[in-house]
Design a protein around this ligand. Sequence first.
Ligand code: HEM
Length: 184
Amino acid sequence: MAPYHHLLAHMPIALLSVAFLIILLRFFSAGELARRLDSVLLYALVLGIGVGLLTLVVGMLIWPIDAATTSPMGRNKILISGWMLACWVAVLFLRWRGGESVWDSAPRYAMLGFGALGGILLATTGTLGGHLLGSPSGLTALFRKIGWDVYHTYYAPSWVLAVLAAVGVAGLVIGLLGTRKTAS
Ligand code: HEM
């Protein structure tokens, strides 16, 4: 399965990197080039996320499932690539539901935020792949400096999970209140 994983991995990396560049350009510019590139953003996102999911599934099949889910590097790869795709799904949802007007209102900041986070997690997924292959990049030295050694399972304290759950619930409540206000 490894050769197919290598083959597939280039597509989400290329398509989602292009998506990030389009987001960056459209965030800062309303010019014709930015608008035209924005009109293909949805296609790049759908293809990037779709092939990304396939890459993730094929990645899980390279090693026996026990090895992938119990080794720190395997777990980190699953965790980071899952978060990365979740981020890009949020961008897709925002752009799909918001249409072109997403760039004229507050959600444009969410587009930039999720796009940037998705881009960072995409680079992290790629660099973890390099480690698994035996060719680590310098990016991991930066991670070590900010406190994460990629050879240990990524750990978040329980209170961080509680804060994340609270932010999620608050987001849902704000969304529901906003929908009711618009309806009335
Ligand atoms: C969208 C998700 C993913 C992307 C974009 C991705 C990307 C990559 C990249 C760029 C490489 C290095 C390949 C090369 O240099 O040619 C790699 C290698 C690898 N990845 Fe992933 N990966 C993803 C998900 C996963 C998952 C979920 C696993 C499961 C643990 C995984 C396991 C591996 C392994 C074991 C290797 C080394 C393969 C070998 O030894 O030849 N990947 N990946």
